[in-house]
Ligand binder design. Structure first.
Ligand code: NDP
Ligand code: 2IT
Length: 447
């Protein structure tokens, strides 16, 4: 447990005591509190706001019964944590993964408050999901699960209330089944109730690519701030899902080479550069394992055998899989091998000790709540298109995303400078994200 100065420690003690057995939530709160001491010193009125901000406005936990293909009834647990609606409707993804529990949903929801604030768009913070494991399930099983999940969730969401989207284990297929069931229950075509929809039924261009592209735009600006670029760089990208795939695509477009990626079964090294057609075939079409990538790619690509992906020498690293996937040992290996920049495509993938090692060694570090904000920002653009019954072109939408990421990057650096922490993106992101929400909460009174 971290030590904070005075008033912050008192707030943290309450959070810690009130939320026992929630280590990921504690970690996310600690990471924000570590940046806030100078803000609270200048603005003591924020102390009470912080206490309120750490308590979700509403937490919903529900049973999700469904029938598998063999006719057996299965039970999962569903969650939606509506954390903060000071800036707009609760907004954040749904995660379907066996590890999902209240602690994980709360850490993600808490991060989402600051991330969404940083986008500059009118969205509050929330998150949800289930311990349902889509791996190995048939499409029909996934559909029945999604329909049951939505049969409870529908009463809590709406385009002006709470707007879920995807996260781990929830992509276009799941959003389709969820939207279909919502539409059926309410008997209204309310496009704006979910984002990440398909292009023919209210989705936005660039939303599938947005988190990965946005992370690379952010990392590119981080390199740019040091007079550098992705051109000619060797890059590691963990994961091989939605965020990782499109991060790889954009890095290649910008002249870098992604020489390794991973999934939950291991990692692959491909010095010639990850072949995206093969990766998409394996992960998006077959929903298979990375060993199939190696088989299809042949010549040169190998499955990692020792340590983790982060021990492969490279100039830049983008963790895009899951929380706490890059630890102190990994950080030391990145530093030893001359890595210059780490930008988090995933939420909280770098452990606190790993962050200290990276920052201590002068590696430029972009925290997820800033670096991966392009996904939710483009979700907000999807909401804009739905509200105006419009649809924008790929180029127009990508340009909007590019501008949002540049502004966000500059906001982090300017705020870090203001608080005497030049180049510290963590301090910049936490403070800039926090202040906007805190001021809105002060204006709205005690609610
Ligand atoms: P996907 O489900 O599309 O992909 C997740 C990838 O990470 C898969 O390759 C998966 O491996 C791997 N992975 C998941 N859990 C683990 C684990 N416990 N150990 C090792 N590998 C794991 O999810 P996304 O790409 O959407 O999400 C990735 C990260 O990005 C998450 O942290 C998410 O919160 C974050 N994020 C996502 C956004 C979005 O728009 N989708 C927006 C902002 C952040 P396998 O294939 O074996 O399951
Ligand atoms: O973590 C995230 O920002 C997401 N999973 C995307 C949320 C969204 O509402 O698009």
């Amino acid at each position: 447990m971290s030590e904070f100065s005075g008033a912050l420690q008192e707030v943290y003690d309450v959070v810690y005591r009130r939320n026992p057995g929630e280590p990921e939530f504690h970690q996310a709160v600690e990471e924000v509190f570590e940046s806030l001491a100078p803000v609270v010193e200048r603005h003591p009125e924020y102390v009470d706001i912080l206490t309120r901000m750490c308590e979700p406005e509403r937490q919903i936990i529900f049973r999700v019964p469904w029938t598998d293909d063999s006719g057996r009834v299965q039970i999962n647990r569903g969650f939606r944590v509506e954390f903060n609606s000071a800036l707009g409707p609760y907004k954040g993804g749904l995660r379907f993964h066996p590890s999902v529990n209240l602690s994980i949903v709360k850490f993600l929801g808490f991060e989402q408050i600051f991330k969404n604030s940083l986008t500059g768009l009118p969205i509050g913070g929330g998150k949800g999901g289930s311990d349902f494991d889509p791996k190995g399930k048939s499409d029909a099983e996934v559909m029945r699960f999604c329909q049951s999940f939505m049969t409870e969730l529908y009463r809590h969401i709406g385009d002006k209330t709470d707007v879920p989207a995807g996260d781990i284990g929830v992509g276009g297929r799941e959003i389709g089944y969820l939207f279909g069931q919502y539409k059926r229950i309410v008997n209204r075509y309310e496009s704006g109730v979910l984002t990440g929809k398909g292009l023919t039924w209210g989705g936005s261009q660039v939303r599938p690519e947005a988190t990965g592209y946005g992370t690379v735009f952010f990392a590119s600006d981080m390199l740019g701030a040091k007079g550098d670029s992705f051109e000619g760089k060797k890059v590691l990208v963990s994961g091989s899902g939605n965020v990782a795939t499109y991060a790889i695509e954009k890095i290649h477009e910008l002249g870098g080479t992604v020489i390794g990626c991973s999934d939950s079964s291991g990692y692959v090294v491909d010095e010639k550069g990850i072949d995206l057609d093969i990766l998409k075939e394996v992960k998006q079409v077959r929903r298979g394992r990375l060993s199939e990538y190696v088989e299809l790619r042949g010549n040169g690509a190998t499955l990692g055998t020792e340590g983790s992906l982060w021990h492969v020498p490279a100039d830049a690293a983008l963790p895009c899989a899951t929380q706490n996937e890059l630890d102190a040992d990994d950080a030391a290996a990145l530093v030893k091998n001359g890595c210059k920049v780490v930008a988090e495509g995933a939420n909280m993938p770098t452990t606190p000790n790993a962050i200290k090692i990276l920052q201590g060694a002068g590696v430029s570090f972009g925290p997820g709540k800033a670096a991966n904000a392009g996904g939710v920002a483009t979700s907000a653009l999807e909401m804009q298109q739905n509200a105006s019954r419009d649809s924008w072109s790929f180029d127009y939408t990508q340009n909007r995303l590019r501008d949002i990421m540049s502004a966000l990057h500059d906001n982090c650096l300017t705020t870090a400078d203001e608080y005497d922490a030049p180049g510290n993106y963590i301090v910049g992101a936490n403070i800039a994200g926090f202040v906007q929400v805190a001021d809105a909460m002060l204006a709205l009174g005690v609610i």
